[in-house]
Structure formats: structure tokens, C-alpha cells
Design a protein around this ligand. Structure first.
Ligand SMILES: C[S@@+](CC[C@H](N)C(=O)[O-])C[C@H]1O[C@@H](n2cnc3c(N)ncnc32)[C@H](O)[C@@H]1O
Length: 254
């Protein structure tokens, strides 16, 4: 059966203005219908994005998660103690395949509808156990103690959060000393003026279409300002739509 790919962009290409107007009306007036549609659209859009990235940049993703594997191996005692990993904006758990075995996973994501699929997904990954899921924004993870988490994972999330500074400061609070924060985010294309201009033009429409996602975030500055003990990141251009192709891969240690 032919694969039906109906990402939001295809819908927009097919139905243009009526689709856009309908979507904006749902966004502003009829939240429950908008939320349902948002989940479907996000799932489809993410699926096609991830498929491309898996195909072309799997090596970079494996490298991104390498520090988690190192932390897991560092301490011999870890054979008995599980690695405590918090994933913010966990969604349905697209990253689980990259985790080391033997992890206790904590998740936050304000979209409560993801929980069902998340729970079904995690049992497919040996050695991962979902310790807790909270349908809250990562700006307030007060249900997690200070210095209690070994690693925080964050992929394609800081573009959508309301307050990235607050999120990164919460990440730093919950990490133990020496704990690691790994992130992969699409960011402002500061190295390409043409794309940066396009991001600026499309930003507002994109925000409405994709659940509050910003195209122009300078995430590296936010992470640098948080003053982790060390940080290390690089910008990689992915073979996807130009406005979301500039991405920041990296890690920071508390
Ligand atoms: C583009 S999806 C990425 C999902 C997953 N991390 C991935 O890489 O497939 C963005 C996710 O961030 C979540 N999100 C939005 N605002 C958030 C916030 N303030 N705190 C935590 N997660 C948030 C959304 O609900 C959504 O699940």
C-alpha cells in the first residue's frame, strides 16, 4: 500500500488558504479540537523529520548519546544502580533506541495525550523503566529533587518551550554534580543570512502551525549563559526543510 504522507506542509500545499484559516480558527477558538489535531499533526510531521534524520544523521545521534553510555560505564556500581535519566518534552519516546540499557526514565511533557503511547513504547526497550511521567512543562520540575538526576535528554524541545532560560536552569538544578545534559535542537541560522531572513518571515505562522515552535531561537546562547562546568556543541545542517535545517548538537556537564 502506498505510504500516505500527510504532514501539515502537504495539507497546506494541497488546500492552501482554507486549510490555514481553519487551523488558525481551531487554534484560537476551539482548543479541544485543536489539541487533537495538533497531536496528529505533530506525530506525522515528527515521523517524517525523524525518518530523514535516521537515514542521514544516525551517526550524529549516536554520538549525541555517547556521553550517557560513558556515564553508565564510568561507575562499576552502576551494574546495580540504574542511570537516572530525565527526558524533557519526551513525546512518545523517539530517543529510547539510543539510551544505554539499565535506565530509570523520568519524563515531562505538557501534552498529556502522549502518555499512552510512551508507556507502550518503553516496554519494547529492554532495560528501560518509566519511573515517572508528569504532564507539565519543563519550566517547573519541582516534583524532581535537586541534584538527583544523572542525565537530562532534550531533543527538538527548546524551540517550543515558553521560557528556555527557565528550562535550562531547571535542568541544571535537577542534575547531580558531574551529571550530563544532552541536546539536539533546530536553531536560528546565524551562518546563513538567506535562511535566517526566511526564518524571521515565517516565524509567526510557523508558531501557530506547529504548536508554539520558534524558528529563530539562539539556543547555544541560552545554554552558555547557564554556566555549566563544561559545554561542547556543534552546528550541523540537516537535509530537511531549510528553516529547520540548522541544528545544534551538544552536551553540557554540571
Ligand atoms: C517537536 S516535539 C519533540 C518530541 C521528542 N522530544 C522528539 O524528539 O521526538 C516537542 C515536544 O516538546 C513538548 N513541549 C512543549 N512545550 C514544552 C515545555 N514547556 N516543557 C517540556 N516539553 C514541552 C511538546 O509537547 C512535544 O512533545
Amino acid at each position: 500500500m502506498a505510504k500516505i504522507d500527510i504532514t501539515i506542509l502537504n495539507l497546506f500545499a494541497r488546500y492552501g488558504l482554507p486549510f490555514l484559516i481553519g487551523y488558525v480558527i481551531l487554534f484560537h477558538l476551539w482548543k479541544p479540537a485543536y489539541n487533537l489535531m495538533k497531536l496528529k499533526i505533530l506525530t506525522l510531521a515528527l515521523k517524517s523529520y525523524w525518518t530523514k534524520v535516521y537515514a542521514c544523521n544516525r551517526k550524529e545521534l549516536e554520538q549525541l548519546f555517547a556521553p550517557l553510555h560513558e556515564v553508565a560505564q564510568e561507575d562499576e556500581g552502576r551494574k546495580e544502580t540504574k542511570l537516572r535519566v530525565m527526558e524533557i518534552g519526551i513525546g512518545e519516546g523517539a530517543n529510547f533506541g539510543f539510551y544505554p540499557a539499565n535506565c530509570e526514565v523520568f519524563g515531562v511533557d505538557p501534552m498529556s495525550a502522549v502518555e499512552d503511547k510512551l508507556r507502550k513504547n518503553i516496554v519494547k526497550h529492554d532495560g528501560l523503566e518509566l519511573k515517572s511521567f508528569a504532564a507539565v512543562g519543563a519550566e517547573d520540575m519541582s516534583h524532581i529533587d535537586d541534584d538527583s538526576i544523572d542525565a537530562v535528554v532534550c531533543t527538538l524541545v527548546l524551540c517550543s518551550v515558553e521560557n528556555p532560560q527557565k528550562v535550562v536552569s531547571e535542568v541544571k538544578r535537577i542534575l547531580r554534580k558531574g551529571g550530563i545534559f544532552v541536546f539536539w535542537e533546530h536553531v536560528h541560522a546565524s551562518n546563513d543570512k538567506r535562511v535566517a531572513r526566511l526564518q524571521w518571515i515565517l516565524n509567526r505562522v510557523w508558531y501557530v502551525l506547529f504548536d508554539g515552535c520558534h524558528l529563530t531561537r539562539k539556543t547555544s546562547e541560552v545554554i552558555q549563559a547557564a554556566q555549566f562546568t563544561t559545554h561542547d556543541f556543534s552546528t550541523i545542517t540537516l537535509p530537511v526543510l531549510s528553516v529547520i535545517s540548522t541544528t545544534l548538537f551538544g552536551s553540557a556537564t554540571k
